[in-house]
Ligand binder design. Structure first.
Ligand SMILES: C[S@@+](CC[C@H](N)C(=O)[O-])C[C@H]1O[C@@H](n2cnc3c(N)ncnc32)[C@H](O)[C@@H]1O
Length: 174
């Protein structure tokens, strides 16, 4: 799934890429195969320590402790911002998406992987009671509210559950 999501981006060698909610650095490691300028941010010191153990503390990835809703970076700082499996935990996803848009350069790309809203009634009840699950329509609403224009969505997942995740890619236009 990581590879499928990465294939939706045009990462060029040298591009500055941020992984928001990087956790232990699983996706961060995949991004490193495309560019050496990789940064990871997470709000959990525990997760960041595990990422340090795997990838080193400062090199090749720069890690930051921080909140997706208040990103500690200047406007237009990154060519690409990636976030996988984290949006469902953000108290205000639109605020975080607005922050992500702010720190992405014009012409840059933003990719967000989150849990796709289930199709069946029982699973919908379970989903509604635990955390954010969303479909393409809801993703369009969140991205539009955060100031994004065109957004492309793709459902993905392992062969036993191919629609479990929704991956959205948006280009920052100005
Ligand atoms: C399920 S893990 C996903 C880790 C990784 N991105 C991956 O693809 O394997 C979710 C991560 O999001 C982080 N997280 C949750 N809310 C956050 C927030 N508001 N700001 C930054 N990180 C957050 C958690 O600490 C956790 O490390």
């Amino acid at each position: 799934m990581r590879g499928q999501a990465l294939s939706m981006l045009d990462i060029e060698e040298g591009d500055r890429v941020l992984d928001v909610g990087c956790g232990t650095g699983f996706a961060t490691e995949g991004i490193l195969e495309h560019t050496e300028n990789v940064h990871g941010l997470d709000q959990s010191p525990h997760q960041i320590e595990k990422a340090w153990a795997k990838l080193g503390k400062h090199d090749p990835v720069s890690f930051y402790l921080g909140d997706a809703e208040r990103l500690p970076f200047r406007d237009d700082s990154f060519d690409i911002v990636w976030s996988s499996g984290s949006i469902e935990y953000w108290p205000n996803p639109v605020e975080a998406l607005r922050e992500i848009r702010r720190i992405t350069k014009p012409g840059g790309q933003v990719l967000i992987v989150g849990p796709n809203y289930p199709k069946t009634g029982i699973m919908q009840k379970v989903a509604d009671s635990i955390m954010l699950f969303y479909d393409a329509e809801e993703a369009d609403r969140m991205f539009a509210e955060a100031g994004f224009e065109a957004v492309e969505h793709r459902l993905m997942g392992p062969s036993y559950d191919p629609d479990i995740a929704i991956t959205s890619v948006a280009e920052v236009t100005d």
